[in-house]
Structures are given as C-alpha cells and as structure tokens.
Design a protein around this ligand. Structure first.
Ligand code: SF4
Length: 219
C-alpha cells in the first residue's frame, strides 16, 4: 500500500471514531436482496437492526423453536459469517444453522393460491431471494451445499430444498455491495444517492425511509 493510501486509511479511521461508527463498516447480506438505496441509508445510519418487520420476528421465533427443540450432533445455530469486500468494508450475515459442512436456513411461509403455490406440496422451489442469501452464506463460509427448510405457517409441516454454491451469483451480490459502498461515500460527502433505484415494485410502500426519498425524489 502506498504511503498516501495509508494516510487515507488513517484519516478514515479517525473520522469513523469521531462520529462513533464501527470499523470496518458492515453491510448485511439480507439488505442486498432489496432496494440498494435502502441498504445504503441503513448502512450509513446503522439502523439495520431497528428495521425488523413482523415477518422477520416470526422467523426469529421459528429459529429459536428449532434451536431449543432439535438436538443433533455437529449442529451450530446462529453462526456469524463475515467476508471482506474491500478495505474498511465487510459483508456480514448469520446462518441459521450449520450441520457438519452444510448450511441450513429456516423459513416460515403462508400459502395462498392468489400469490403463489397453494400448499407446501405444490411449492416447486424456494424464492430467488432466499436462494441468493443462502448462496452468499455458502460463499462466505467456503462451503458447497446448503438447504432451505420451508415450514408451513399453518401446522409447521416442512420441506427442504437443496442449494449449491454458485460463485458467479455471489460475485453479482458483491457488485450490489459495491453500489452500497459508493452510495454511503456519497452520503458522507453530502450527496444523496438518488441514482440508486428500488429493486422491486411496491418496495417503497412499507419502507421506513419513504419520507426522505419522497422529499428528495419530488425535487
Ligand atoms: S423509499 Fe423506496 S427508494 Fe427509498 S429507500 Fe425505501 S424502498 Fe428505496
């Protein structure tokens, strides 16, 4: 590293300490599956842990239930994972469980024919978002095989779906993380990253940053 780069790093660390930011800065895997402007604001303001939805809280209850009731050898629950993206930035996440060399993710799902399969049996594959998150954990943990356990919210019957590690998909996710880093750096220089758009239709409807975005987008 050149001397001027070392000074940049030193200056950045001082700035982080002055404003009480953790270092390295953390980007959560889950945030990268949705609007990256939201991920940017949430990373900049460090509000990710306050953005839990009712759905996420139900998911947490399911994890706890499995953890407290299922006892098998070689299983670790709530395993923290980290991956260095670039200097000063890490991707972080928490695998629901690691059994030997397989990562397990537990998901709770309600079934309704109007917006997807009508029952657990009719489900052909888990959602793209669940697969991309599990794939990120496989790459972060350097493991090859994972399973998404889908529990029917009505009765807790379950099925499991295999996901194989895909390095190309992970590198696309790292590309999304780099957009967030750029957005955060712009915010730090007083510029709002209006060029970052939502990933899905209707994402803004329940987003805590809607008042900020509406004010900026209406200018
Ligand atoms: S309000 Fe919409 S554009 Fe703004 S952060 Fe939320 S989801 Fe993204």
């Amino acid at each position: 590293m050149k001397n001027s780069d070392k000074l940049e790093v030193f200056n950045r660390e001082i700035r982080n300490k002055i404003v009480g930011r953790r270092s390295p800065r953390r980007i959560w895997v889950n945030s990268l599956s949705f609007c990256l402007r939201r991920a940017t604001l949430s990373t900049y303001l460090e509000t990710f842990k306050y953005e839990r939805t009712g759905e996420m809280l139900l998911g947490t209850l399911l994890h706890k239930w499995v953890q407290e009731n299922v006892d098998v050898e070689e299983i670790r629950f709530e395993v923290p994972l980290e991956y260095r993206i670039s200097d000063g930035w890490v991707l972080v996440g928490r695998a629901d469980a690691i059994l030997g060399d397989r990562i397990l993710e537990f998901k709770l799902k309600g079934f309704n024919r109007e917006n997807g399969p009508g029952s657990l049996d009719e489900m052909e594959e888990p959602s793209k978002i669940w697969k991309e998150q599990l794939n990120a954990y496989l790459n972060m943990a350097d493991l090859e095989e994972g399973y998404i356990y889908v529990f029917d919210r009505d009765g807790l019957d379950f099925r499991h779906f295999r996901v194989n590690r895909n390095e190309e998909a992970f590198s696309k996710m790292l590309g999304r993380a780099k957009i967030v880093i750029k957005g955060v750096e712009e915010l730090e220089h007083g510029k709002f990253p209006a060029w970052i758009k939502p990933r899905f239709q209707d994402e803004c409807k329940n987003c805590i940053f809607r008042p900020i975005c509406s004010a900026v987008d209406s200018k």
